[in-house]
Design a protein around this ligand. Sequence first.
Ligand SMILES: O=C(O)CCC(=O)C(=O)O
Ligand SMILES: [Fe+2]
Length: 398
Amino acid sequence: MPGTTLPPFPDDVRTHRLLTIDYELIKAGDKDEENRLWKAATTIGYWYLKNHGADQEVSDMFDMGSETMALPFEERMKFGQGEAQYFGYKKLGANVVNAAAMNLNTSEFINVSKDDALAYPQVVHRTYPSTVNARMADTIVPFVRKALEVNYAVLSIFNEKLGLPQGTLERLHAMEEHSTSDARCIRNPPQVKERAANPAIGAHTDFGSLTFLHNRLGGLQMMPPGHDEWSYVRPVPGHAICNVGDALSIFSGGILQSNTHRVVPPPGAQVGYERWSLSFFTRPGNSEVVRALVESSPLIAEAVKKQPDRNFETGFTAVAWLATRMKNHRLNNRTVKISSIYFGGRNHERYATGTRDIGCKPRHRIHSLVCHSIAISYLARSFLLWCWLHAHHLFRVF
Ligand SMILES: O=C(O)CCC(=O)C(=O)O
Ligand SMILES: [Fe+2]
């Protein structure tokens, strides 16, 4: 990957255009740019971020990733994620990406905890491969600090827009509090088949609050609200792809959107290339409870009132919430669509994390009406058969 010339992203695949936010303008307090960021976060939950100033750190992190994946497999596995561990190395095929087909994912990654990086050489959660330790001070810590700087700037804008008391979101994600925040470098081996049935990372929403993502090849796809088909997110050089995760969406009473996405083999001529991506996930402090901040903001209280069917009280602390979500993800990717149902003139997709209204498309309505008609005629026939049997029985008795 590093140093390789990659084929361009094709022009003939469906993509979703994201707003591009300029981090230089955000830092300068530009109100128009803050409004554009707010629009992106409350409509689709995704945006590009340019001028983030992290290009060198990102490139160094990719080098760290390839050095780590070049270690002998047994060496990597010494630092493997156990059942309960979230940080460390995850081998290929450890998660299920398609519950029905029991397909396993085709990605491997190394997760480095924010707490371990910032405390290094002290160990807070766990130890890492030699390739990670060797780059802790001059690669990982600078990347973690940059990502945190970007994500805190974004959180402070959301805090103001949500009408929360100053510093509320920053406190919920306090740098000093231990958390599951981490940097993740992912490798997907080259694939032979474009749009293969087996996604590299199955459909999911991010569990935490904010994701700061960097990739070079296509393959990331999202399901924009109201759509029922996947769209690629085109990688743009020097632009991070940022998104809202479930925890922040819940804190905000659903005002901030966390959207479903997945990773499939790169499209077009990119398919035969190894795919790398790098994320920093900002997650709430371990002891913070994941629930809508209704007491702190009338705007959030109002939003929650308008969605009586959605549960904004998870009853979990952030650390327990992540453990539960991870367990589901490993056993069976429950954030994958479980079923589609049609009621009230709308189509709904059922996920383990809730039901999502995906709007109404005429062909779904027809499909749903046909299914309902078949079901009703089946029930009617069963009822008639039961009546006949019963009448026959009565006739014989009398
Ligand atoms: O690899 C990518 O482009 C996205 C990865 C992702 O969605 C994740 O790690 O949660
Ligand atoms: Fe993700």
